[in-house]
Ligand binder design. Structure first.
Ligand code: FES
Ligand SMILES: [Fe+2]
Length: 353
């Protein structure tokens, strides 16, 4: 059943098909409305390789191409607040709705807008209507009010593994107890629930009732103390909610914090992950809970990095020497791994669109 998976992970033809059919819109999740909450705010989207920009014009969010319609120069950089977008090269001017308002020497001004379709789901800004429909029917996620969250920070990290292996490890709870000494004191893996459909998986983990009694790592102790300072010894409904929207979007919801993560392939053995951290607005920009959350997640990511790079190295060697072995999936804690592998098999067995 699993004997052809290594080719699906490392084959060049497979990577070509994925690039063509899965990554044209970078996953479709752009960010949250709160990243450009005020009139005039803009935010260039890093995981689009700066080719897309979110703007706020008169209180309304817009998705624009961040590429000049004249000679295709990059228009804006980073984030900020502005009245209009001026191309650095020949100074064409666009308003924040994306209309070209001035093109010196061209009479009349050509109609060359930057506008792209944008969909808003409870404060999450999306470029893909199908993703909005999926989120609307996804348990737990469908009731998240993303407007409650403020943007904290963005980070991009490169991994020496295939992007599908990252998703596989994200779906694997089997290693949490054995490999994450800090994280396992926050989540109770005996209380795991899976919700899944054709294009999503959500796993919910119980809240570990021993969380406040000496967590198993410095970073998670700091996180527990920060939460206790604000909420007392609150018993949360979930230790963690980990959602994945196929193929490459992940949403993690922990106590007062949320992370949006997006994977992009670089080659068959390299990928980058863009992660965006958000926190509940009331906490304020500088708060210890979010700082502690980021430190705790850095700990988990460095542990996962070890797993990913170790697995990927040996698997790739097997692939290159014509060997196949992928092993069985544990019924409960690796339920999502089996679903993920099935999704990848189905995708590659389907005809090219
Ligand atoms: S490239 Fe932008 S105005 Fe010419
Ligand atoms: Fe992990």
């Amino acid at each position: 059943m699993h004997d052809f998976l290594l080719r699906l992970y490392f084959g060049q033809d497979e990577l070509k098909k994925e690039r063509k059919e899965l990554f044209q819109n970078y996953g479709g999740f752009l960010g949250l409305f709160s990243q450009t909450a005020e009139d005039g705010d803009y935010y260039v989207i890093p995981h689009s390789n700066d080719s897309l920009i979110l703007t706020n014009s008169g209180g309304e969010p817009n998705l624009l191409w961040n590429v000049c319609r004249h000679r295709q120069a990059q228009l804006a950089y980073g984030s900020g607040n502005a009245k209009e977008i001026i191309c650095p090269v020949h100074k064409w001017i666009y308003d924040l709705k994306g209309e070209l308002t001035c093109a010196k020497g061209f009479e009349p001004t050509p109609c060359l807008p930057l506008t792209k379709p944008l969909f808003n789901f409870n404060g999450a800004l999306l470029s893909d209507e199908r993703l909005r429909e999926t989120m609307a029917k996804t348990p737990i996620i469908s009731s998240v009010n993303f407007d409650r969250y403020s943007f904290h920070s963005h980070e991009v990290v490169e991994y020496n593994c295939n992007w599908k292996e990252y998703m596989e490890v994200y779906m694997d709870n089997y290693h949490v107890g054995s490999f994450h000494p800090g994280l396992k004191t926050l989540v109770d893996c005996s209380k795991i629930e899976w919700h899944h459909g054709d294009d999503y998986i959500v796993q919910t983990l119980g809240f570990n009732k021993n969380f406040y009694r000496g967590p198993g790592s410095m970073q998670f102790r700091r996180y527990a103390e920060a939460i206790q300072e604000v909420h007392g010894r609150k018993q949360w409904e979930f230790g963690a909610v980990w959602a994945a929207f196929y193929p490459n979007v992940m949403i993690e919801i922990l106590q007062d914090c949320m992370m949006l993560a997006i994977l992009l392939p670089v080659s068959e053995t390299k990928m980058v992950m863009h992660s965006y951290v958000y926190h509940i607005k009331d906490l304020g920009k500088e708060n210890e809970i979010t700082a502690a959350y980021v430190a705790a997640m850095n700990e988990v990511e460095s542990e996962d990095l070890y797993i990913l790079e170790s697995i990927s190295k040996t698997r790739y060697e097997m692939f290159m020497t014509g060997q196949e072995d992928t092993g069985p999936c544990q019924d409960v804690e690796e339920f999502g791994v089996a679903l993920w592998q099935k999704y990848i098999r189905n995708f590659h067995e389907s005809k090219t669109q």
